[in-house]
Design a protein around this ligand. Structure first.
Ligand code: C2E
Ligand code: MG
Ligand code: MG
Ligand code: MG
Length: 286
């Protein structure tokens, strides 16, 4: 049975834990201050439709614009956020930002989706659904604008509850993607029990796909399984033109990776995709 109080207790337990360990409490205070002062921002990486060669969306990836250390990746702070009381406020902010950016693109005539990475408690508490309906109203988004990415490694306390909540989000126009597929131990169970629109193949599986037959067979299997389940399949970590072509030929639907575009700050994103005006900004340029 789902128990919000228990989840709450776990978070408080973590806060108590960090309180007893100087370094961790320190990290928490620094990350909290960074979040509250706006030093934590989102960068956006394009997602390409491999058939039409159009950019159909962007994944929002957290960065810490540190005043001294420069730009820090999520490995430096995201666990501190998602395992503390910052998790729910951060999740609400994340979805608000996604709505704001989606609205900006729509004002220029582009119906792109913004993908966000959600943590377990942001989903299980239902906080993301509240944030989703708030953002829909605030930014007048009545068409789908959000992709909720769920890590394959997420161990939900109650699979049925998680599944129902994700279904509810779909009713509000969100799409659901399973992230880092192929790295966990519960892949097939997950893919069949959750109401998914998209399966994202982890970039470790995409590596060397153009030369390794075993990788091709593995990915080909995922593509067939995904399509049999009416799901779209996205390959992460596309770094070369040959990989792009190989995965396209294999029937992969969507692609993401440095070869298509690196994650970029918001100003660079708008300059790159909106300055040209439609439709040129949305076709992949080499
Ligand atoms: P992810 O969701 O699987 O995001 C993809 C990661 O792969 C990103 O790393 C991206 O920069 C990187 N990447 C994309 N294309 C390529 C490529 O062609 N080659 C290589 N080598 N790497 C590529 P990043 O931004 O460091 O994020 C790492 C992870 O941190 C993300 O993995 C995601 O799980 C987590 N994360 C990021 N932002 C958030 C957030 O706002 N909330 C939560 N809960 N997790 C986040
Ligand atoms: Mg992701
Ligand atoms: Mg991933
Ligand atoms: Mg990842």
């Amino acid at each position: 049975m789902y128990d919000a109080k228990q989840l709450g207790k776990n978070r408080i337990a973590f806060a108590a834990n960090v309180g007893s360990q100087g370094a961790t409490q320190d990290a928490y205070s620094r990350v909290k201050a960074a979040f509250e002062s706006g030093e934590i921002v989102l960068h956006f990486q394009p997602i390409l439709d491999l058939r039409s060669h159009e950019v159909v969306g962007f994944e929002a990836l957290a960065r810490w614009h540190h005043p001294i250390k420069g730009v820090l990746g999520p490995e430096h702070f995201i666990d501190v956020i998602t395992q503390s009381s910052l998790s729910l406020p951060f999740g609400r902010w994340l979805i608000d930002q996604a709505g704001r950016v989606a609205r900006h693109f729509r004002n220029a005539g582009h119906r792109v989706m913004i993908a966000v990475n959600l943590s377990q408690d942001q989903i299980e508490t239902g906080a993301f659904i509240e944030a989703l309906s708030t953002a829909r109203a605030k930014y007048a988004l009545d068409d789908p604008f959000l992709v909720a990415e769920v890590l394959e490694s997420t161990q939900f306390h109650d699979m049925e509850l998680a599944s129902n909540l994700l279904q509810e989000a779909r009713g509000l126009g969100a799409k659901i993607a399973l992230d880092d597929f192929g790295t966990g131990i519960s892949s097939i169970t997950y893919a069949s029990q959750l109401p998914l629109n998209t399966i994202k193949i982890d970039r470790m599986a995409t590596r060397h796909v153009e030369v390794r037959q075993d990788r091709q067979q593995f990915i080909s299997g995922i593509i067939h399984m995904g399509h049999a389940m009416q799901r779209r399949v996205l390959a992460e970590g596309i770094e070369t033109q040959t990989q792009l072509e190989t995965l396209t030929a294999m029937g992969c639907d969507l692609g993401q990776g440095f070869h298509i575009g690196k994650p970029m700050a918001e100003a660079a994103l708008f300059a790159r995709y909106l300055a040209d005006g439609p439709p040129h900004g949305f076709l992949l340029k080499h």
